[in-house]
Design a protein around this ligand. Structure first.
Ligand SMILES: Cc1ncc(C[n+]2csc(CCOP(=O)(O)OP(=O)(O)O)c2C)c(N)n1
Ligand SMILES: [Mg+2]
Length: 334
């Protein structure tokens, strides 16, 4: 009985985390449209079960490298959504002191190596982290989240080769939402698909319904254990769909409305809520986690709007020193 109560609590916590990700990204886009958040905001709405499910298979001290659509990955890995909201607003107390913004959120304390604006390049960071774990004799593993579009970039093909050639403990997760920015990935991709591509390099590879949270957790837990035990790479293909355009202002007019409606009806959050309801979890408890998540994000937005800006003198701390002449530093800060 105690075990069942615990299982229900865990399940509700997962549902809540998916809601937190969705509300976070809705708020982020709203703030972007209001001119309060600079830079790009890429929403992963519709893909929440991949982020939450993959991280359920990872340990806190495992590494995770992300891509440009990384809010969900960071939250699922354990980064603080409040600090992330402050980061988007560029405020003091942000995950990276307000200097990174949406596409550079990194929190090494929870193993989050960072979002990354260069398609495919997060994978090379995860590869390095996996190599470091080998050299240091640790049993941690590294995971990389990247899109179907990234599969066509050199760093991905190099990572498939190198991870297998020298046996690195890395979980390569392709989050396949069918689109690369505004292009249908199938229209620009040769060959029989990502699984065949990974297998061609000798990796163990499998595919999972990325909108079925339980299925992603099952697959992730199993393949992450395989990576940890074999100290070799595994490729996991997660089939999902992004509801919004490529970035906040993109209305996604290039998509087929019928297909769009059909794929949006397959909502990973609604699906998981239905699974819990069918298992006998009270409707009130299911509704409560959604309301809690909504209230949590509203509070973070209020905090971010009220938070102080970073001190001007912090402009040159924690950034790579490229040897800017003192003159230039004085001019920028003045
Ligand atoms: C090296 C590089 N080329 C092009 C871009 C522009 N760009 C940003 S996201 C993107 C598409 C990425 O597609 P995918 O990997 O499937 O990720 P998704 O946006 O679908 O999550 C492109 C081409 C970039 N950021 N970096
Ligand atoms: Mg994609």
């Amino acid at each position: 009985m105690g075990g069942m109560v615990l299982a229900v609590e865990h399940a509700l916590a997962r549902l809540r985390r998916m809601h937190v990700i969705r509300f976070f990204e809705e708020a982020a886009a709203e703030a972007w449209f209001a001119g309060k958040v600079r830079g790009s905001v890429h929403q992963s709405i519709g893909q929440e079960a991949v982020a939450v499910g993959i991280c359920e298979g990872l340990r806190r001290d495992d590494w995770l490298a992300s891509n440009h659509r990384g809010h969900g990955h960071a939250i699922a890995k354990g980064a603080d959504p409040r600090a992330m909201m402050l980061e988007l607003y560029g405020r003091r107390g942000g995950t990276c002191g307000g200097k990174g913004g949406s596409m550079h959120i990194a929190d090494f304390s929870v193993g989050m190596l960072g979002a990354n604006g260069v398609v495919g390049d997060g994978v090379t960071l995860a590869l390095g982290a996996a190599h470091a774990a080998v050299i240091q004799g640790q049993d941690r593993i590294a995971a990389a989240m990247f899109g179907d579009g990234a599969m066509n970039r050199g760093p991905l093909l190099e990572a498939l080769n190198w991870s297998a050639a020298i046996a690195l403990p890395i979980l390569l997760v392709c989050e396949d939402n069918h689109y690369s920015a505004t292009t249908r990935t199938a229209d620009v991709t040769a060959g029989p698909g990502p699984i065949a591509r990974a297998e061609a390099f000798g990796l163990y590879a499998e595919s999972v319904d990325g909108n079925d949270l339980d299925a992603v957790i099952e697959a992730s837990t199993r393949v992450a254990a395989r990576v940890r035990e074999t100290r070799g790479p595994v490729f996991l293909h997660c089939r999902t769909y992004r509801w919004r355009g490529h970035f906040a202002p993109d209305k996604g007019a290039y998509r087929d409305p019928e297909e769009h409606a059909r794929l949006m009806a397959n909502d990973p959050i609604a699906r998981y809520a239905a699974v819990l309801a069918a298992a006998g979890v009270e409707a009130g408890a299911i509704a409560r986690v959604e309301e809690e998540a909504r209230a949590e994000i509203a509070a973070h937005v209020a905090d971010a709007e009220a938070a102080p800006w970073p001190e001007e003198r912090e402009a040159f701390t924690d950034v790579q020193d490229l040897g800017a002449p003192d003159e230039l530093a004085r001019w920028v800060v003045a």
